[in-house]
Design a protein around this ligand. Structure first.
Ligand code: UD1
Length: 370
């Protein structure tokens, strides 16, 4: 009986917690059967301690078998570098399946590369749609889903989106949310981390901001920072700054004039970040994954975007889309502060078992010796 070979791909910060759950499910399955192999390829899209290495240690993930070390660059440069390096890896390993997660450039690059080599592709977190083609992630999602052989979704609407695009129903499986698997598994450890000095539970707001549409021009970034500064007069604001945003704050000369009053700290690794968010009074963000994490944690989340690919976080969860207009952000922040936290309502199947469902389906139909 030939071994089935899987390659699981991780590229950027929001991939690591999703992959952690899948790798754990593979390793549990391995205890029962040795009919498959699974290697972890890190593309190196994100790198260094705070953006990559600490996640592997904290989440007790196996170290990547291969690191393609592609680093940063324009979208075309980065995507192309991943494709060139990943093709060599696929030719050397000859996997049966490549498993990609999320919507970053590495997701797109590895799925296209694998598919053109005749390797089957499974996409975890398929079917999310913001309908906003100015988001690079939306392009990555659409292209990856169009060519995937198995599409694992986090909610029912994602499945509807895929069927509307003509994807065959038998390729789609609603499994739940691997990012939430990892959150549930690590919440106690996250809550055991200490808060940055001077912050008290439920008495601060957390900010994250890194989307190109919000941070790549001074006309956008300046007013957002000034709005956050106004909020900081009301409640302490702590802002772990993504490297891209830090670069832009410096290059637009916004540091001295606008960020006084907001507490800028370096990017945090997984456990301190989840610990910070879980004990916050409110979160203001433009991230995708944080909308889901705050939903499960029951922390009010104001998303500084006009759309979301994760509408379930608004319909079921604690998320509100507030755009980037200063008056609207301020008004919504005021409302969130006065209402306080709400009882979390957990979306269907966000129960910590998504990784296991994924691996069960990937191995389904294969019989193994022993
Ligand atoms: C990427 C993802 C985005 C995700 C985000 C989370 C794409 C298209 N975007 O955006 O979906 O929400 O990650 O963080 O894949 N940099 C570092 N160290 C790093 C990585 C980046 O200093 O480890 C700096 C580099 O100067 C780089 C810039 O940050 O040019 C942006 O990084 P990049 O990976 O291009 O995109 P993100 O904005 O991180």
């Amino acid at each position: 009986m030939p071994l089935i070979k899987f390659i699981v791909v991780a590229g950027a910060r929001p991939n690591f917690m999703k992959v952690a759950s899948i790798m754990e499910a593979f390793s549990r399955q391995h205890a029962a059967s040795d009919g498959f192999t699974c290697s972890l390829v890190h593309t190196g899209q994100h790198y260094g301690r705070s953006m990559s290495d600490d996640f592997f240690t904290e989440l007790r993930m196996p170290q990547p078998d291969i690191n393609l070390a592609v680093g940063s660059g324009s979208h075309a440069e980065q995507t192309a570098r991943v494709m060139i390096a990943f093709e060599k890896e696929c030719l050397a390993q000859r996997p049966d399946w490549v498993v990609v997660v999320g919507d970053v450039n590495s997701t797109l690059a590895c799925s296209v590369t694998a598919k053109k080599l005749g390797i089957r592709v499974a996409h975890v977190e398929a079917g999310l749609r913001s309908r906003d083609m100015s988001m690079p992630e939306e392009i990555n999602r659409l292209c990856t889903d169009a060519i995937s052989d198995l599409l694992f979704t986090t909610d029912r609407q994602a499945g509807d989106n895929l069927r509307d695009e003509g994807i065959a129903a038998e390729k789609i499986e609603f499994v739940g949310n691997t990012m939430i698997d990892t959150l549930l598994r690590n919440l106690d450890r996250a809550l055991a981390t200490s808060l940055p000095e001077g912050l008290s539970e439920n008495e601060y707001a957390v900010v994250t901001l890194h989307r190109p549409s919000n941070v790549d021009s001074p006309e956008q970034l300046g007013p957002i920072l000034r709005t956050l500064q106004q909020i900081s007069l009301r409640i302490p604001v702590v802002f772990p700054v993504h490297p891209r945003t830090r670069q832009q704050i410096e290059s637009f000369g916004l540091r001295a004039s606008v960020v006084e009053g907001i507490r800028l700290i370096p990017p945090l690794s997984y456990l301190p970040f989840i610990g910070l968010v879980a004990r916050a009074r409110m979160v203001l963000t433009d991230s995708g994954g944080i909308q889901e994490e705050t939903t499960v944690l029951g922390v009010p989340c104001l998303t500084m975007r006009d759309n979301t690919e994760r509408p379930i976080t608004c319909s079921v969860g604690t998320n509100r889309l507030v755009g980037t207009d200063p008056a609207r952000i301020l008004q919504s922040a005021e409302l969130a502060l006065s209402l306080g936290s709400t009882k979390p309502q957990i979306p269907e199947k966000w129960d910590g078992q998504a990784g296991q469902r994924i691996v069960a389906r990937l191995l389904d139909g294969h019989t193994f010796p022993g």
